[in-house]
Design a protein around this ligand. Structure first.
Ligand code: NDP
Length: 392
């Protein structure tokens, strides 16, 4: 019986709230807090259990700490934006509460993300006897757990990991992103980066691509090499890995729109003066694009996210693929969200469940692959994210 405070009433926050509400024996009291109270209230009305709601600016540490003291959660689930991570961690330290998120910290004025800022909190969480679980979404999140599972059950030594994220869905909009447009576009327009033989190799944005044949009828699609945060933690915690890459599918339509927006300066994150006031073009673009939460009823098709892993077992070379397939329409029918929010929010709920049921415990700041993957994998199947593994 535990109390959970969810921060961020966006696409992912909606799924986390639904999913926590489905497990009352673990999440006995739920509070959803966000910058815009009406968004919390709208989500609360979709659910037939009582959900408390609150307005909070998570960048205001005293305001957030006061809310935490009032609601007294056992864990705070941060599904606001990566900009809030450090402030929410500060409030958790101040009030003595465990912390979980799904995306690592990014400074608002610099399109750069890395774990260093949050790993630097390790000693402070440890000294307070608290736990912070980082990156408990799907990727990062389940992909890290897939790697830990492969290491535990399928390999003596892992040499290569390719994380491959395919959204084979279609929302019918000329251009839209499946999660927060600002974060999504910052990620996609950044340089690619992969790990090889102890070094990081940089590539121009979306300049490396190849075809991958996705299973269960999804078929061949072009995948593009990108940098993604779980690579950083996986090569740290599974140090035998020689090569680690992250790939994502994009439609030609998405890429053409993005190229034009980049070319005209709409993806810039530095301030420009417009009619006497400063605006940030990417933030303005976000205001014009469809809210990812509005794509739920429109999106058809499936996602397929998984890890292709190579290494050795019993002295022999082995290639192993583990993946989840998620159907956008089924997700919408269950929680009124498309599969990107669903896969992320469900994994956040399971991560919190691991902490609250003492399956995953520790003092300090942790990534998902540092814990026993077995109890998490069991819950994935039970809570709507079944997985399949094949030896190739
Ligand atoms: P949305 O933009 O839909 O939602 C973010 C919510 O956070 C909004 O409701 C927003 O409020 C709220 N918020 C923003 N700033 C503050 C603040 N200072 N205080 C309180 N609330 C705030 O994003 P998503 O739901 O799509 O994404 C949520 C998180 O999940 C992001 O960090 C994203 O990177 C991560 N993510 C992780 C994935 C994974 O697999 N690991 C995949 C997809 C997303 P308002 O409505 O007022 O703007």
């Amino acid at each position: 019986m535990s109390r959970v405070l969810i921060i961020g009433a966006g696409g992912v926050g909606q799924v986390v709230t639904h999913k926590c509400a489905q497990v009352p024996d673990v999440f006995s009291k739920i509070c959803l807090a966000s910058r815009t109270l009406e968004k919390c209230e709208k989500i609360a009305t979709q659910i037939d259990r009582h959900i408390e709601t609150a307005k909070v600016d998570a960048d205001n540490v005293p305001e957030l700490s006061a809310l935490i003291r009032r609601f007294r959660p056992d864990v705070v689930i941060n599904v606001a934006l990566p900009y809030q991570d450090l402030h929410i961690m500060d409030a958790c330290l101040e009030t003595g509460v465990d912390y979980l998120d799904t995306a690592n910290y990014e400074p608002p004025d610099e399109a750069r993300f890395c774990y260093r800022w949050q790993w630097d909190y390790h000693d402070r969480f440890k000294d307070r006897g608290l736990m912070a679980l980082l990156g408990s979404g799907f990727d990062p999140g389940v992909t890290n757990v897939f790697c830990a599972w492969a290491q535990k059950h399928h390999f003596d030594e892992i040499s290569e990991i390719d994380i491959i994220d395919c959204n084979a869905g279609d929302h019918g909009q000329p251009f839209a992103t499946n999660f927060n447009p600002e974060i999504n576009i910052r990620e996609v327009t950044a340089k690619g980066r992969f790990y090889e033989s102890g070094k990081w190799v940089e590539t121009d944005p979306l300049s490396v691509s190849k075809e991958f044949d996705f299973p269960e009828g999804i078929g061949p699609k072009k995948i593009y090499l990108m940098y993604h945060e779980e690579l950083e933690s996986i090569v740290r915690h599974i140090p035998e890995v020689q090569k680690a890459r992250f790939w994502m599918t994009f439609s030609d339509n998405y890429l053409n729109h993005l190229k034009v927006l980049e070319n005209v300066g709409m993806t810039r994150i530095d301030p420009v003066i417009y009619e006497g006031r400063e605006i940030i073009p990417l933030k303005f673009l976000k205001a014009l694009l469809p809210d990812p939460a509005s794509l739920g009823p429109l999106t058809r098709g499936r996602t397929c996210i998984g890890c292709l892993i190579r290494g050795k077992k019993d002295g022999k070379d082995k290639t192993y693929y583990i993946y989840n397939i998620c159907d956008h329409e089924k997700c919408y029918a269950e929680v009124r969200s498309q599969a990107i929010s669903y896969t992320t929010g469900t994994s956040a709920m399971i991560g919190a469940m691991m902490m609250l049921t003492q399956k995953w415990r520790g003092k300090g700041v942790f990534n998902m692959e540092q814990f026993d993957p077995d109890p998490f994998m069991e819950k994935l199947d039970l809570h709507g994210l079944p997985w399949t593994e094949v030896v190739l």
